[in-house]
Ligand binder design. Structure first.
Ligand code: SAH
Length: 253
């Protein structure tokens, strides 16, 4: 009998302990469905790949593999995570946007990168396009004019472990002389002409891809190949990008 009483005396404690332990063990599985969310994001990425990239004509397998590997949801503001894999641009703060997946893939494809190439990117923004380029080339130098965006991009890219990316805060119009010449240059903001310093920093045979056009007017996505120092220009499609700011907008003297 004694043993039964003492058992009963102890048992509520034991029951509490047991419940607490059970709850504790359940919490990771039930209340933080991180794994579930992750698999949702992998599925969303596959859909993006099939529907919006392959489905719209992106063929370069290296580009497709890079787009499948980079977790785009980490580059968008938290509140927009659920829309990260929709095929549309999203706001990233400071009045800027992360380009839509199809356009990121198309521009990457047009750069025709080899694994040994060096790339200059103007307009780091969220850093998403930077990450894609870093998977396709030997190194990426990227310039962003808005410090807060550059700082956030740096955090995300560092956390993902990229070692072949160098970021700089400044006006990309002037390029990055010390790192050049580059095999490829990408502008992710629109300008009415090819900025001269960037053209100078492009290697012979190199490719420059940019949205060409005045602010508020129609822009064209073009590729300029440097052939005997001269641009050979191909025109691809209509696009809508934020304008390149800084020196390019200052009145010409
Ligand atoms: N590739 C980015 C797109 C960002 S939008 C992404 O995928 O997130 C274009 C970016 O160009 C903006 O972040 C804007 O601040 C930046 N930008 C505009 N003018 C610039 C300039 N003169 N030099 C460098 N960056 C510039």
């Amino acid at each position: 009998m004694n043993t039964i009483i003492s058992f009963l005396k102890v048992s509520p404690k034991l029951v509490y302990l047991f419940c607490a332990l059970a709850l504790f063990l359940q919490i990771p599985g039930r209340y933080t469905p991180a794994a579930e969310r992750e698999s949702g994001e992998i599925a969303a990425r596959r859909t993006m790949l099939d529907r919006d990239l392959r489905g719209r004509g992106i063929k370069d397998e290296r580009v497709l593999a890079a787009m499948e590997a980079v977790p785009r949801h980490l580059f968008v503001p938290d509140r927009l995570r659920d829309s990260a894999y929709d095929d549309r641009p999203l706001p990233i703060g400071a009045g800027q946007t992360i380009s839509q997946p199809y356009v990121v893939a198309l521009m990457s494809e047009l750069l025709a990168l080899k694994a040994t190439d060096t790339v200059l990117e103007i307009g780091t923004g969220s850093g998403y396009q930077t990450a894609i380029l870093a998977r396709l080339a030997a190194s990426v130098s990227s310039i962003e004019i808005v410090p807060s965006l550059a700082e956030r991009a740096k955090k995300v890219l560092d956390a993902l472990g990229y070692k072949n990316i160098e970021l700089k805060i400044g006006d990309g119009f002037f390029g990055w002389e010390e790192r050049g010449p580059f095999d490829a240059i990408l502008l992710t903001a629109a300008a009415p002409t090819i900025p001269e310093p960037l053209w100078r920093q492009l290697r012979e045979g190199g490719r420059l891809v940019m949205p060409l056009g005045e602010e508020g007017k129609s822009q064209r996505l073009i590729r300029a190949r440097k052939s005997a120092g001269q641009p050979v220009i191909e025109d691809f499609t209509a696009v809508l990008f934020v304008p390149l700011r800084g020196a390019v907008q200052e009145p010409r003297r």
